[in-house]
Design a protein around this ligand. Structure first.
Ligand code: NAD
Ligand code: GLY
Length: 394
């Protein structure tokens, strides 16, 4: 029975050992592997590949009994289709619909999820599927990490941000009233299933917010990818499926590479936070929910680039390229009008602060990034808010 199901899958090459970051191309789909020894897992990326989910789960020997956990918004679009696909391949599926919103990424929601799993007698041989954006992915991942001391889970990300960032790398968790993502665990999924076709229903503003993270990968790790994004910006904004598959694949590849080298963020992984120190400050000062995380990261990346330029780490032209690309992807780049003291106060609470020192990820040109110590956050913010324009010498 199991053999038959596997053999009907057009994408699964039985017996093929996929080494880390090896790309397998088919006409519809690309695969790569996050190489973490016994915790390695595949990422499948394509357009219209939700139908291949059963086959992908079979390929990693995922449990046959699964709880599909989603939110009420995503459920409207994709729950029934996903359940039918899984059920017709012989999976036993139950569905949990959680309320939609960052405000529900809490210990209370998690407790409700544990209650449901216990009521349904889920055991260690069963698995969880996260169908949704980063909120659902982080919450379900943490439930999987902690329920019965850990059960298998897989990610089916439905926002662009989740497809290029949160579904990959194993950061899971929930928020605490004192701050975002303060409670969590590193816990890797068994499989990540990325269907860019699911982005068709995503609101434009959410889609643009995800593109900010895509640009980030070019700036921190790959100048050629950055140029490719400049060349394909119109296709990306138009949600062209081939361009999207390529952009998501490259983003996941870069993230996988970083995670493989520093799974638990002892050093290198922090470069994924380019623009985030400024971005978190903007989100906090504006009030959560007023500005999308990706929008704040876009502004933060431009501020980081301007800081890099001030320190002689990149050119003025690099700053302009980053800024222009973000603008054409429908992202904001202007710094909101809070005072330098307000910015500095919030930045001093950033997770990267070490021994009281604010640390910032800065780009070196385009394609390389490093962590830097920041001696005078308020002075820097003052200069970023009130730049001295070059004088006209004529
Ligand atoms: P989200 O999960 O709140 O999704 C945004 C909105 O889009 C929601 O209203 C959602 O219901 C809706 N939605 C999702 N998919 C849809 C679709 N296909 N069609 C229509 N609507 C859809 O937000 P997000 O931006 O995906 O994720 C943000 C969260 O991710 C934050 O909690 C953040 O902390 C977390 N995050 C985690 C990591 C990580 O490494 N684990 C990285 C970045 C962000
Ligand atoms: N989103 C940052 C990280 O996964 O480390």
């Amino acid at each position: 029975m199991e053999k038959d199901r596997i053999n009907t899958c057009p994408f699964l090459r039985r017996g093929t050992r996929v080494s880390p970051l090896v790309k397998m191309e088919t006409n519809l789909m690309q695969q790569l592997t996050v190489g973490l020894d016994e915790r390695s897992y595949p990422i499948w990326i394509g357009n219209g590949i939700l139908a291949e989910l059963p086959c992908a789960l079979q390929a990693v020997s995922f449990p046959n009994r699964v709880s599909l956990i989603t939110n009420t918004t995503v459920a409207e679009f994709y729950a029934e289709q996903t359940v039918q696909t899984l059920a017709s391949a012989g999976f036993r599926v139950s569905v949990v619909r959680l309320p939609d919103g960052e405000e529900y990424k809490t210990l209370d929601t998690l407790a409700h999820l544990y209650d449901t799993l216990i009521e349904q007698r889920f055991d260690r041989h069963d698995g969880l599927l996260a169908l949704g954006g980063g909120v659902i992915g982080d919450l379900v991942g943490f439930a999987a990490a902690t329920y019965l001391r850990g059960i298998p889970f897989a990610q089916i990300p439905t926002t662009l941000l989740a497809q290029v960032d949160s579904s990959v790398g194993g950061k899971t968790g929930v928020n605490h009233p004192q701050g975002k993502n303060l409670i969590g665990a590193f816990y890797q999924p068994r499989h990540v299933h990325i269907d860019v076709g699911l982005l068709a229903t995503l609101p434009d503003r959410e889609f643009a917010a995800g593109l900010a993270e895509v640009v980030k990968y070019g700036v921190i790790a790959d100048a050629d990818f950055f140029s490719w994004l400049e060349q394909h910006r119109q296709l990306l904004v138009g949600k062209d499926s081939r361009a999207l598959v390529e952009a998501v694949m490259k983003s996941c590849q870069i993230k996988a590479n970083v995670v493989e080298n520093d799974e638990k963020e002892q050093g290198l992984r922090a470069i994924l936070n380019l623009g985030h120190t400024f971005g978190h400050a903007i989100e906090t000062l504006a009030g959560y929910g007023v500005i999308r995380h990706g929008e704040a990261v876009a502004i933060g990346m431009v501020l980081a680039a301007r800081t890099s330029c001030e320190m002689g780490l990149c050119s003025r032209q690099d700053v302009d390229r980053i800024s222009q690309l973000l603008v054409t992807l429908n992202l904001p780049v202007q710094i909101p009008d809070f005072t330098a003291a307000e910015y500095a106060a919030v930045m001093s609470l950033d997770k990267k602060v070490k021994g009281g020192e604010v640390r910032l990820v800065l780009n070196h040109g385009i394609g390389v990034a490093r962590m830097h110590r920041l001696d005078d956050p308020q002075g820097l913010m003052s200069r970023l808010l009130h730049p001295i324009m070059p004088t006209d010498k004529t």
